[in-house]
Design a protein around this ligand. Structure first.
Ligand code: NDP
Length: 294
């Protein structure tokens, strides 16, 4: 008897498919004289952030979008950063503005995120866009959860007459960036949703109810096979770098090898949610450019 293995949801392949569609839409917009433009702002020298912003700028170029990168020194004051955001808000060639998080501690993150014009908030972090999602009229949705929903669409769980009615979705993690918007999107897709966090009692039992389990915890291999219902769809948002003593590689929040033997579908790390996150940033920038064109 061959051992069961989950169907792998290939984020790279899905991202390539969606980016082809975005590139075609960009070409169409350009023929009307509009080139979607994204401004990426990085304050400081955080090595992981530098990789993220480089990838985002490169992804823009590949679909034909215009992008500008603003690298500011760690000594940048909050007033200087707010002045740059104000200038970008008024720049007609820029449709989306992204301030890479985390910002240095002397800068108030909330003030910065609220300073980005809601119509250019392609990260979906502005309170106005968070509220729009909450009332079921989403404009810009946080890119990582939006990418997870594209994955559920790709495997036919939602879209084209299908939704999550009668299914139980469990989200582990309640950050404003991932957990909360993820739960809201699943709710709008008619799932019965449970949100778990560090204060949750008997997490394993909660997770075990899930037909769709989303792990956004930030702890390597935290979700183990015994926590997963056989056949469940498991989406691993986590990106954790193991210490050099353990090989130094990137792993998710899900124990891939174990859960692979129980789940019905599973996303790998790397090559799962990560590429979809950047793709949704491009998608949001396209939406912003279309809105500006109207
Ligand atoms: P946060 O640290 O902001 O949130 C983590 C959440 O996990 C919190 O709500 C926390 O609960 C919960 N949590 C922590 N420990 C436990 C525990 N023992 N039991 C139950 N819940 C727990 O992280 P993010 O949401 O920003 O990111 C989560 C992961 O996703 C990280 O690995 C991050 O690197 C990755 N990520 C990946 C992206 C991608 O593109 N693939 C994009 C964004 C993030 P509490 O609120 O109670 O503290």
């Amino acid at each position: 008897m061959t051992a069961h293995t989950a169907i792998r949801i290939d984020g790279n392949a899905l991202a390539a498919k969606v980016r082809d569609r975005i590139a075609a839409d960009v070409t169409a917009l350009k023929s009307r004289g509009i080139t979607p433009g994204l401004a990426v702002v990085l304050v400081g020298e955080d090595p992981a952030s530098q990789v993220y912003v480089r990838n985002k700028v490169a992804a823009c170029a590949k679909v034909g979008m215009h992008s500008v990168m603003h690298r500011l020194p760690v000594s940048t004051t909050e007033a200087e950063l707010l002045a740059l955001i104000d200038a970008l808000n008024r720049d007609a060639t820029i449709h989306g503005i992204l301030v890479q998080l985390p910002v240095p501690k002397h800068i108030n993150e909330k003030r910065v995120l609220e300073a980005v014009a809601a119509a250019k908030d392609v990260d979906g972090f502005h309170a106005e866009n968070v509220g729009a999602l909450m009332i079921g009229e989403p404009r810009f949705v946080s890119c990582t959860p939006a990418g997870c929903m594209e994955m559920l669409k790709d495997i036919g769980l939602i879209g084209e007459g299908a939704d999550l009615r009668g299914k139980h979705a469990v989200v582990v993690g309640r950050s404003n960036i991932v957990g909360k918007p993820m739960a809201m999107l699943l709710l709008h897709a008619n799932a019965t949703v449970t949100i778990c966090h560090s204060g949750t009692k008997d997490l394993a039992a909660q997770c075990h109810q899930a037909d769709v389990l989303v792990a956004a915890v930030g702890r390597p291999r935290f979700i183990t096979a015994d926590m997963v219902k056989p056949g469940a769809v498991v989406i691993d948002v986590g990106i954790n770098r193991l210490p050099e003593s353990e090989g130094g590689k990137l792993v998710g929040d899900v124990d891939f090898d174990g859960v692979n033997q129980v789940a019905g579908y599973l996303t790998p790390v790397p090559g799962g949610v990560g590429p979809m996150t950047i793709t949704m940033l491009l998608q949001n920038t396209l939406v912003a450019a279309n809105l500006a064109a109207k």
